[in-house]
Ligand binder design. Structure first.
Ligand SMILES: Cc1cc2nc3c(=O)[nH]c(=O)nc-3n(C[C@H](O)[C@H](O)[C@H](O)COP(=O)(O)OP(=O)(O)OC[C@H]3O[C@@H](n4cnc5c(N)ncnc54)[C@H](O)[C@@H]3O)c2cc1C
Length: 411
């Protein structure tokens, strides 16, 4: 197998695609995103066009490489191990309905909606459940308060917001782009290559992300609750309380639910491989990134979101939203970030061992620059260090990482 990652196909075959869709945006003539059940969203060649797409589409691919410019990490706290950070906040949407509906405190929705209602942006590019097929996601450029807040809630299933960056590029003014860390890194890399896109990306909001499970993982959860995936009318992974439950309603009128811990515990085992070797779980390339303030460890209360301010543009947007009353909350000491996400921190440490193992085994791996991991690896317990090697060797076998992720000819 080609481990040189010199085309989009090679990245996909090496199990390194994140599913963000930026390649399909940059080469709409050659690639389209398709949801491969049990795998994730992947770019497939459009019929009649041969494969081997490289150029800007490959250069912008976050599955292949991630890099912080030195200047963005100057003075970064935690020696850059959590990316650029200017401030940390704990906030919630002032609108109680948005706060209730949001995954954490509804802050992503409130920030995006405020940008539009204040006139700073003309729309927000967002992922949401497809109305006709709620196990799948779609990306829309939402333009009104009602539309934007109706996209609240995490979708723990494949989504490719960057595939629709064309909507941002064609918009009549600046837009907000909401996405996972890989989606935001890809948006930034694409904007670096296309001035017409850069001009329209007004604000980027990243959500923290431990990894994307496949659609098949959700379908199995649904079946486990005794429902038929084809009969699902509405499906929420979280929200309506913090962190909220996995909930579904069927067309036949039944409702089912499962605790957040049980549902995520099952979904997390079916995350795509690239997420397991990702250094950026907290949206390091965004203007603002938002996750859960798990340091509280008290569930069932009104939701709150942890907000990492990463750029001056992000700081201005957050301050304005607070000043205008769209968001409530205040600053936190920076140490509440690692305290909120201990598993993301240990994962980043384990990543050093995983990447070394992949290199020695000559298995395809991404290139990361300016995303340090080694010092965190040193802080791991001996068992964790050993398992960062042994677990990777096992996964090379169990996940068949030396073979293409799926058979493209069958699609
Ligand atoms: C796969 C996944 C894994 C996550 N892992 C973690 C974690 O380990 N730790 C943590 O603290 N938080 C994690 N989150 C983020 C968390 O669930 C919340 O999204 C975040 O805290 C923001 O909450 P909020 O209430 O402020 O946002 P909301 O107001 O609920 O808005 C959420 C926004 O995210 C967008 N969105 C939802 N799903 C996706 C998706 N799949 N791709 C792109 N955009 C999407 C929606 O369009 C919406 O605009 C994860 C989210 C996802 C989707």
């Amino acid at each position: 197998m080609n481990t040189r990652l010199n085309s989009i196909d090679a990245v996909v075959d090496a199990h390194l695609c994140t599913g963000c869709g930026v390649c399909a945006h940059l080469r709409p003539d050659a690639l389209r995103m398709q949801n491969i059940d049990g795998v994730g969203a992947r770019p497939l060649p459009i019929v009649g066009i041969t494969s081997g797409v490289a150029g800007d589409a490959l250069a912008a691919c976050p599955g292949r490489s991630l890099e912080h410019e030195k200047v963005s990490l100057e003075g970064a706290p935690f020696r850059g191990e959590w990316g650029p950070i200017l401030d940390l906040y704990e906030c919630w949407a002032s609108d109680p309905e948005v706060r209730h509906r949001g995954s954490s405190g509804g802050v992503v929705s409130a920030l995006a909606a405020h940008a539009v209602t204040s006139g700073a942006a003309v729309g927000a590019l967002q992922v949401q459940a497809r109305k006709d097929a709620p196990l799948l996601n779609e990306t829309l450029l939402n333009r009104s308060y009602a539309e934007i807040v109706s996209a609240a809630g995490s979708r723990y299933s494949p989504a490719s917001p960057c595939e629709r960056l064309d909507l941002v590029e064609a918009a009549e003014g600046p837009c907000v782009v909401v996405g996972k860390p890989c989606d935001i890194a890809a948006t930034r890399a694409a904007a670096d290559r296309r001035p017409e896109l850069a001009e329209k990306v007004g604000l980027t909001i990243g959500i923290f992300c431990a990894g994307t499970p496949s659609t098949a993982a959700t379908a199995d959860l649904v079946r486990g609750l005794g429902a038929d995936p084809a009969d699902v009318e509405r499906l929420d992974y979280r929200g309506e309380g913090w962190p909220g439950e996995f909930r579904l309603q069927t067309r036949s009128g039944d409702s089912h639910s499962l605790s957040y811990a049980e549902s995520w515990g099952s979904l997390t085992k079916r995350r795509q491989w690239r997420c397991m070797i990702c250094p950026d779980h907290t949206g390091e390339f965004a203007d603002l990134s938002v996750g859960d303030p798990w340091y509280r460890r008290t569930e069932g209360q009104d939701g709150r979101s942890l907000v990492v301010v990463r750029t001056e543009r992000g700081r201005a947007a957050l301050r304005q939203a607070i000043a205008d009353g769209a968001i409530e909350g205040g600053q936190l000491p920076l140490d509440k970030l690692p305290a909120s996400q201990p598993s993301l921190e240990s994962n980043r440490g384990a990543l050093w061992g995983r990447l070394v193992t992949l290199r020695l085994a000559r298995v395809g791996r991404p290139t990361y620059r300016g995303l340090p991991t080694f010092r965190l690896w040193l802080t791991l317990k001996l068992g964790q260090k050993l398992s960062s090697f042994a677990g990777t060797i096992r996964r090379i076998r169990v996940r068949s990482l030396r073979r293409p992720e799926f058979d493209r000819e069958q699609r």
